[in-house]
Design a protein around this ligand. Sequence first.
Ligand SMILES: Nc1nc2c(c(=O)[nH]1)N[C@H]1C(S)=C(S)[C@@H](COP(=O)(O)O)O[C@H]1N2
Ligand SMILES: [Mo]
Length: 218
Amino acid sequence: MKIKILFVSILSILLLFTLTGCGRQEVSENLKELAKVEVKEYEGKDLSSIVDFRENSIAGPQNVDISKYKLKIDGLVENPSDFTYDEILTNTKYTKVVRLDCVEGWSVDILWEGVLVKDLLDKVQVKSSANTVIFYAYDGYSTSLPLSTILDKDMIMAFKMNGVVLPPERGYPFQLVAEDKLGYKWAKWITHIELSSDENYKGYWESRGYSNEANAEN
Ligand SMILES: Nc1nc2c(c(=O)[nH]1)N[C@H]1C(S)=C(S)[C@@H](COP(=O)(O)O)O[C@H]1N2
Ligand SMILES: [Mo]
């Protein structure tokens, strides 16, 4: 009898979770496959999984055709340029574990691998009048950070997470690892980086009332 009650209680709780949309979101087959091979710990520290993110991008996952992909870097630079995926990957690669905190109240600790944004900027020679870096994405999203923050924090633009190439849901080909900044600064599907002198530029969520500083709590 007790077992029956326990069984029914567990079933109801599970049902409640499903109905309220609590717990993990529906995860695509592709992500489940990647979760089997991803790196699960790094230097003794447990990592979050590629499936622990909530998918809440403004226009859903984007599928970028890498054969047509170009990253444009322009604005206040001496040499505005377009780079292919392969050209970007010729830069020195760095790995680091960085936590992403979303304003919705979830966070993930992920091992990121990417290239330094600074190394990309050195190629186009930033003018001294620039103080702001604006990231534009394939889905029409944008966000910005002070140039000094990107340089001081050695921010990277990731092409891999937990040892696997970023899947479309997570921003393939590139996501900004905006260390110490809230999730909405972590632009996914980056297509264009503009150097600007507009310190008050406001991206998608910033122009809808979210802090432009966007400091994460930890
Ligand atoms: N291009 C683009 N980048 C984006 C977003 C987006 O909607 N479009 N959402 C941001 C937000 S709010 C978060 S929390 C992180 C992680 O989102 P994800 O869990 O949907 O991958 O991506 C950020 N980068
Ligand atoms: Mo977010």
